[in-house]
Design a protein around this ligand. Structure first.
Ligand SMILES: C[S@@+](CC[C@H](N)C(=O)[O-])C[C@H]1O[C@@H](n2cnc3c(N)ncnc32)[C@H](O)[C@@H]1O
Length: 392
């Protein structure tokens, strides 16, 4: 395979959206709905094709992507010299000026040449800097915080793919999470769970242990078809040489115009006063035109008062630091759901795979996910008349 490069910015090009384990299907569905072409599922990523406007649109709109990469160069190499030469001969000046700044992040799998991703980055940095010095007598600098160009190097065996990171900070940083806690859900994880739970948006949605309000805010944006990153402060592509502010504004306007009405209620409880305040403040910052009610309430002493269908999402405490025994807590959650929440479709995400067995309800679905690096399960329970206690 020769060296393949992609230079033409106005035509369709390949992009790679990175995501979490288990999110490839839901991300592909999002991409399809957005109009991506040649969607191809990978391992924790999905590749697709689109033009520059689509790059902007996917960064603004994808709920379950962590980053959008644009591969610009791919080559095979058998030793460090060949690796260096390939990177040296790439036309970096198309992407960055001689006095610009860049940052390289590398990942390496099964390589005989590199056993250390830091060294992979270092060699690439040398090659880029040497090219600029030789051609322009000047060299761009390394900037770890605010580089003009973020370069991602992926080495798998003897194949190296070089991509530009179009997003910058992870796309879970939507901009609304001003008030955090010790165990908040990642926004991308929360959005993915709302989508996986197939909430039809024709019922109220409750998060009875809402913490900082992540499920509720993501669900509100999904209900109103509001793109998650419209309020984000910046994207890495804004510093690219081909940055097209006018095109971005057109795309942004068109994405904004897709907002729809939503007539049901979103509400949350938390037993902690501090959490209630944090959730309320985050909701305020998110500026979603929707009423989300947060009450200080013990879910275990709460009750649904009608026979309307209710969609419930719960991310209960899962560790040993809470004041009551976690197995007892999970049993009480199960009892509360069964006795007080008839006509509910319930989805629970937990990293405590032992305690969840105490819930005493039969799950319809069990999906393996990761919450940070904790192996977790997303479980679904349908609470309807006749729902029996059962082994999990
Ligand atoms: C793992 S955290 C939820 C984090 C949340 N998903 C977020 O994104 O911030 C669990 C929350 O459950 C709350 N909690 C614990 N027991 C509760 C109870 N009996 N009723 C209501 N909330 C409870 C805790 O105060 C905590 O905020």
């Amino acid at each position: 395979m020769g060296r393949k490069t992609n230079k033409n910015m106005s035509e369709n090009f390949k992009m790679i959206a990175k995501t979490f384990y288990g999110f490839e299907d839901i991300l592909s569905e999002e991409l399809l709905a957005l109009g991506a072409q040649k969607i191809n599922k990978g391992n924790r990523n999905v590749s697709f094709y689109g033009d520059k406007g689509f790059l902007y649109k996917s960064n603004l709109s994808l709920r379950t992507a962590l980053k959008i990469l644009k591969p610009v160069c791919e080559f095979r190499f058998k030793d460090i010299n060949e690796y260096y030469d390939n990177i040296y001969s790439f036309k970096w000046e198309d992407y960055i000026g001689p006095t610009g700044s860049f940052l390289i992040n590398s990942v390496v799998f099964h390589s005989n040449v590199f056993n250390n991703s830091k060294f992979t980055s270092l060699k690439a940095k040398d090659a880029i800097v040497d090219r600029f010095r030789d051609k322009f007598k000047k060299r761009p600098s390394i900037n770890s915080f605010n580089p003009e160009l973020r370069i991602e190097i992926h080495v798998n065996r003897n194949v190296c793919t070089i991509s530009l990171d179009s997003s910058g900070e992870s796309l879970h940083k939507r901009g609304y999470k001003k008030y955090n806690s010790a165990a908040p859900l990642n926004e991308v994880l929360a959005a993915g769970i709302v989508l996986m739970s197939k909430w039809d948006k024709k019922s109220d949605l409750l998060d009875p242990m809402c913490g900082t309000g992540t499920f509720l805010i993501e669900a509100a944006m999904i209900a109103k078809n509001i793109a998650p990153n419209l309020n984000r402060l910046s994207f890495a592509f804004e510093k690219w040489k081909d940055w097209d502010n006018e095109l971005f504004e057109i795309i942004e306007e068109s994405v904004r115009s897709k907002e729809i009405d939503f007539d049901y209620k979103l509400y949350g409880f938390d037993i902690s006063n501090a959490m209630v305040k944090k959730a309320q403040k985050n909701i305020e910052v998110a500026e979603i035109d929707i009423d989300i009610e947060i009450a200080k309430k013990d879910f275990l002493n709460s009750k649904k008062t009608d026979e309307d269908k209710l969609h419930i999402l719960i991310n209960p405490p899962y560790d040993k630091r809470i004041s009551i025994d976690v197995n007892v807590l999970y049993k009480k959650i199960g009892d509360t759901l069964k006795n007080n929440y008839l006509y509910s479709d319930v989805w629970i995400i937990t990293a405590n795979l032992e305690a969840i067995k105490s819930i005493g309800l039969r799950s319809n679905k069990k999906i393996k996910l990761y919450n940070s690096n904790l192996e977790s399960r997303l479980l679904n329970y349908a609470i309807y008349p006749g729902t029996k206690k059962n082994k999990n």
